[in-house]
Design a protein around this ligand. Structure first.
Ligand SMILES: NC(=O)c1ccc[n+]([C@@H]2O[C@H](COP(=O)([O-])OP(=O)(O)OC[C@H]3O[C@@H](n4cnc5c(N)ncnc54)[C@H](OP(=O)(O)O)[C@@H]3O)[C@@H](O)[C@H]2O)c1
Length: 295
């Protein structure tokens, strides 16, 4: 294997922790620079660097310094509510940060994979294929579409659209999933939509696929969906089964029961013909027990 120099943005995030775990360099052929804003990253031999994605000068400087061969861009303002409340900040981090990073990566001659989302769609016409026009219904989704466009307009990099991810992070980080599993184990009621559907993937599978896409010759938009269309209720019910809980305290609710500032997409199932045809070895598997492994 030729020498690789990776930059992982969002390395302190839940997906970033799995990417670092899998890329963990055990030889001298891989150097990793793990970018974080503040959050702690998984302990590996990676070099950690604080880079604010809202600051273009920091991005350019950090890329020029490291001279990457591969860039995996996971960092983002990911909370839908935060993007709604502060659209300027969402724009600076998610759109301008991505455009600046893409340009800097191109100047360095690196391959870039950008982690986008199924929320580029509005959920009214699933399953979605790569060539379906984006129809975001949230500020978060709109920033991801604009970031995708910046990348594609530059004719550079891979846009990997990832669905809802399930699993424990590799670091101690609180997520919706960890909260739900903790409540499940404690026998507390967990309220879950039965009428909101996704094609979820395990964090570990998403990490493996994105690393693989960065290492091969993929380009353009590619969907990275899981094999099963599941409601949020189904996902946590599967966890309860895997945990062997006889009477989990699951409370089925409808998305119409909850007031939301922005419309909640009903069905964001992703169809993934390109991944199956071009990179069958990178297709994610179904949800399985290893998603419950604690860090
Ligand atoms: N979670 C999902 O189900 C899902 C589904 C589809 C797509 N995605 C996409 O997948 C990627 C990873 O998601 P995730 O769930 O792993 O995210 P996450 O756990 O929320 O982590 C977000 C990461 O972005 C970093 N970040 C946020 N603002 C930043 C800034 N201004 N400067 C530098 N870094 C900043 C955070 O750093 P700090 O820890 O230092 O704040 C953290 O490392 C994101 O691009 C997300 O949009 C996620």
């Amino acid at each position: 294997m030729s020498h690789e120099r990776w930059i992982i943005t969002g390395a302190s995030g839940q997906l970033g922790s799995h990417v670092l775990y899998q890329l963990h360099p055990d030889d001298d052929a891989t150097d990793i620079c793990a970018w974080t804003r503040n959050g702690p990253v998984l302990r590996t031999r990676a070099t950690t660097r604080r880079v604010d994605l809202a600051d273009p000068a920091q991005i350019r400087h950090a890329v020029a310094d490291w001279q990457p061969t591969h860039v995996l861009h996971l960092g983002a303002l990911t909370a839908v509510g935060d993007c709604f409340r502060d659209p300027d900040r969402a724009e600076r981090i998610n759109v301008r940060g991505t455009a600046t990073l893409a340009e800097a990566a191109r100047n360095a001659g690196a391959r870039l994979v950008f982690c986008s989302t199924d929320m580029v769609f509005d959920g009214t016409a699933a399953p979605y294929r790569e060539f379906d026009p984006p129809t975001p219904s949230s500020q978060y989704g709109r920033t991801k579409v604009a970031a995708e466009q910046a990348l594609l307009d530059g004719g550079f990099g891979v846009v990997a659209r990832v669905p809802l991810m399930a699993g424990m992070p590799r670091t101690r980080r609180e997520t919706t999933f960890t909260q739900q599993v903790a409540a499940l184990r404690a026998g507390e009621p967990v309220r879950l939509f039965t009428d909101e559907f996704r094609t979820p993937v395990l964090l570990s599978d998403a990490a493996r696929t994105l690393i693989g896409l960065a290492r091969n010759s993929a380009d353009g938009v590619i969907h990275v969906g899981g094999p099963d269309r599941l409601s949020r209720y189904d996902i946590i019910a599967r966890c309860a089964e895997m945990l062997g809980l006889a009477a989990p305290n699951l409370v089925p609710i409808s998305r119409h029961d909850i007031e939301a500032a922005e419309p909640r997409p009903e069905d964001l199932s992703l169809d993934c013909p390109l991944l199956h045809r071009r990179h069958p070895e990178l297709v994610p598997g179904p949800l399985r027990g290893d998603m419950l492994i604690e860090p």
